[in-house]
Ligand binder design. Structure first.
Ligand SMILES: Nc1ncnc2c1ncn2[C@@H]1O[C@H](COP(=O)(O)OP(=O)(O)OP(=O)(O)O)[C@@H](O)[C@H]1O
Ligand SMILES: O=P(O)(O)OC[C@H]1O[C@H](OP(=O)(O)OP(=O)(O)O)[C@H](O)[C@@H]1O
Ligand SMILES: O=C(O)c1cccnc1
Length: 490
């Protein structure tokens, strides 16, 4: 529903006011077209996990391709926000003209490494920050949550049921896409199925049983119109009513339906699933699945498995789509270089009392270092852009804060984890199909040792700096210190 007089016809204003205000200052000072380099990264992996699954690139590219202030955006900025005509005239012609390097969706990623690098005019790079973070923070968080769940359930199917509990509609559809990237098998959201080509699956609700008042009637009515039926058996009494009636209907209809199984949505899932398995087997339905749902997450599932629950498929909603135990990923977007008066890129650094928060300046690359003998990742290696770790015989990798933690790697492959996805404003990357993205993610995960993949207290995967990158960072810190010293001596 339209609630104002302005059409909601672009995403250019999906930004924080301060971005526009900063750009106005750059523009007034003639700095807006200076080349700048920004990096998007997170500092801490979510859920205490040992890795994250990157998602969001498809929407980022769509956003960048269409980045334009429309007439209604400009009218709003003029009439409600008070911006002047000369600045609005500049905004009216701005579009994204830069270069973007990104990891691809489904990639396994880690703390403190640039996921996306933007090289653009200062104004463009600044204006897009908020939307990029908004997209990547949410989608990466949800893909990672899904991947954690998948690590626990292994080959069991997982159906995403979260739409009704998601933080509104965008989160539901893009979230369900992210859960597929993270390894889940289907979503219940039909629109997400249509938009992204996701497999759609589901059962039925208690309301149908209540509408027919009677489980026998309801199951029959449903089976008349649907194949692959999963009957929800816990509306009245799971063991005394729902299950026996589901079995009766399945026997009566025989080959006319493909009785796929039953769903449990309350009670003691471990106990009831074992009982259900027994009853289905004894009734001659060993192939029928036990599907369960009810406020599940990876912790409950792990516990249910420890209790010997006999479950074939898990329906998971609220705790997945809202990332219930950690509802935000803290990815940030930091400037690392800017063109100086002479037209050269100059490093820039943000200092912090917290060593982990000091940014790593300069134009850099990230390589995944893969051991040629066992095919596993030894760690990620952040170098200056002009370095080529592949040409080194023996690579020294050391922790970027606790530098005494180090190792040497030989016989390795160094794979640049970024792909150029936008060149001079043109999107040059075509997103693979959603299935290809999921397959890629599985392959990317298979490079990781199990120690990094366990859900509790995983080992910390090394994300290290090259010596040159480290030296450059120290030099930049020193320069800032000296200039502060000079300033306070004045
Ligand atoms: N055997 C079990 N071990 C651990 N947790 C379980 C087990 N069985 C179910 N659970 C979980 O315990 C919680 C039970 O939720 P709740 O207290 O709402 O009970 P319920 O059976 O769903 O009741 P209601 O009839 O109100 O839906 C759910 O998160 C469910 O996944
Ligand atoms: O528990 P979640 O992980 O969020 O999974 C989704 C939940 O949504 C449905 O319940 P709801 O009570 O909304 O409707 P119903 O009548 O279909 O059970 C479903 O039965 C699940 O319990
Ligand atoms: O298909 C289902 O069983 C379903 C879908 C959404 C939410 N809960 C259950």
């Amino acid at each position: 529903m339209q609630t104002t007089t302005y059409a909601d016809d672009s995403l250019a204003l999906h930004t924080d006011l301060y971005q526009i205000n900063m750009v106005e200052a750059y523009w007034a000072d003639g700095m807006h077209e200076r080349k700048a380099v920004f990096e998007l990264f997170f500092r801490k992996l979510p859920f205490g996990n040992g890795y994250a699954i990157f998602a969001g690139l498809e929407r980022v590219l769509d956003y960048l391709k269409n980045f334009r202030f429309t007439e209604s955006d400009l009218a709003y900025l003029r009439e409600e926000a008070g911006y002047k005509e000369d600045f609005l005239a500049y905004l009216s012609i701005i579009k994204f003209t830069g270069n973007v390097y990104s990891v691809v969706e489904g990639e396994v990623v880690f703390q403190n490494e640039p996921l996306i690098r933007i090289e653009a005019t200062l104004a463009e790079a600044q204006l897009i920050e908020t939307a990029l973070l908004n997209i990547v923070n949410y989608q990466t968080l949800i893909a990672t949550k899904a991947s954690r769940i998948k690590q626990i359930v292994k080959d069991d199917r997982v159906m995403e049921f979260g739409t009704r509990r998601a933080q509104e509609m965008d989160a539901a559809v893009w979230g369900s896409r992210a859960t597929f990237i993270g390894g889940l098998e289907s979503t219940s959201n039909v629109r997400a199925g249509k938009l992204f080509g996701l497999p759609v699956a589901g059962t039925h609700a208690h309301s149908m049983i209540q509408a027919y008042k009677d489980e026998y009637e309801a199951f029959h009515a449903y089976a008349k119109r649907h194949k692959n039926c999963v009957f929800l058996v816990d509306t009245y009494d799971t063991l005394k009513s729902g299950l026996p009636i589901a079995i009766q209907v399945a026997k009566e209809l025989g080959d006319k339906i493909n009785f796929q199984g039953i769903r449990l949505d309350s009670g003691d899932i471990a106990f009831l699933s074992k009982e259900a398995r027994k009853m289905l087997d004894e009734a001659g339905f060993p192939e029928a699945e036990v599907v369960v749902s009810n406020d599940l997450d990876e912790y409950t599932i792990l516990n249910l498995k420890a209790q010997g629950a006999k479950v074939d498929a898990w329906g998971i909603g609220t705790k997945l789509i809202t990332a219930y135990d950690q509802p935000a990923l803290g990815a940030v977007y930091k400037i690392v270089a800017i063109e100086n008066d002479d037209g050269h890129l100059e490093d820039t650094i943000k200092i912090s009392g917290n060593a982990e928060k000091v940014t790593t300046p300069g134009l850099k690359k990230v390589y995944r270092i893969i051991d040629r003998e066992n095919g596993k990742s030894e760690g990620d290696y952040i170098s200056m852009a002009d370095e080529d770790p592949a040409s080194e015989e023996r690579l020294k990798m050391f922790h970027p804060v606790h530098t005494f933690v180090s190792k040497f790697v030989t016989n390795f492959e160094a794979v640049d984890i970024h792909t150029q996805v936008v060149r001079n404003g043109e999107v040059t990357y075509k997103s693979p199909s959603i299935q290809e993205i999921q397959d890629y993610s599985k392959q990317s995960l298979s490079l990781l040792w199990d120690e990094y993949k366990r859900s509790l207290n995983p080992e910390e995967y090394p994300v290290d700096l090259s010596q040159k990158c480290w030296d450059n960072k120290m030099r930049n810190i020193q320069e800032v210190r000296e200039s502060i010293q000079n300033f306070s001596n004045k």
